[in-house]
Design a protein around this ligand. Sequence first.
Ligand code: FAD
Length: 353
Amino acid sequence: MTDHTDVVVIGGGQAGLAAGYHLRRLGLDFVILDAQATPGGAWQHTWDSLHLFSPAAYSCLPGRLMSPQPGETYPDAAHVVSYLTDYEQRYELPVVRPVRVEAVHRDGDHLRVEGDTGTWRARAVMSATGTWWRPFVPAVPGRTEFKGTQLHTVEYRRPADGARQRVIVVGGGNSGAQIAADVAYDTDLTWVTLREPHYLADDIDGRALFDHATARRRALDGGGTDTGGVASLGDIVAVPPVREARDAGLLKAQPMFTRVTTTGVEWADGTTAEADAIIWCTGFRPALAHLAPLGLRGPRGHIPTHGTQAVDEPRLHLLGYGDWTGPASATLIGVGRPAREAARQIAGLLGAA
Ligand code: FAD
């Protein structure tokens, strides 16, 4: 059976919900298809100790403040899941789950969205599937020969799982620093980063990052000089647990090794470190496999866009994957603006504006 609607939003995490908020305001007929059985997107799957890098007031979707979490300056992931659950109910967003979209095809003047439980024909599609679902691990020689445990960020949960083990954490971004800090007290930790860890100043958190992204957007909108993405400020937000572990001398980074052995890792000068587990905090790629039939892929697995709109398929918008779909669009507070722009453009395309 095929359902018909104006717009299909693929993904019911924060980006998909922000899209739904604006589509509803514009009076469009739409459905949000989400692969998860319950609300909250990727926030349902993070490690136990993860907290936001911004206070609640700086972590809101359009229309609704996130209430502070009692006793916490920076809310934890469970608090975000509650907020998203409430958000989707409050605005009565039409989320259908679990539905995994497998393919999007051109179908005359429509796009056909094929899911594992049904098919939808839509005049426009917003893809908001995030990156959590495509963990990236670099092709380091010997990686498949390691006899210990290998995890990616998406599989790590808590330090007790590796207590008293020799653990190598790879990655100098926020996930790497936070997971290294998490395991530093209970394990024999080796932290490995591509370059010397680059911390933001201790008093900078997600608020300043968002202000920076806003200033950049204004500069670009006004035809000014690009002030650089938030990465220009540093790689690691010094959230309290990272600061504490760093100041206790527990976060001493080693340069990247050249190969993995059966029992650990080896550097170019022949130095080795034995390990029971390697945790790869080496990033993500956008989860875009369902769009493959449209033949739109560009460099680095991205789809070329003007703002959120796919250059070669104007009926398709991409939302939330990273700065390439709008400055700060991969954050709670930053996704509202590109969601609004995308919804407006779709309304214009459909003649509903
Ligand atoms: P997701 O939350 O991943 O939601 C996408 C949804 O789409 C999921 O429910 C998924 O199941 C579904 N989906 C995927 N593929 C399909 C498919 N084919 N068919 C149907 N459904 C599909 N941002 C902040 O603002 N503050 C922070 O402090 C912060 N900390 C972060 C910490 C970490 C470790 C990470 C990784 C990110 C952090 N972010 C933070 C960034 C960002 O807010 C999150 O990554 C957020 O989860 C992105 O939301 P999203 O809606 O784009 O994607």
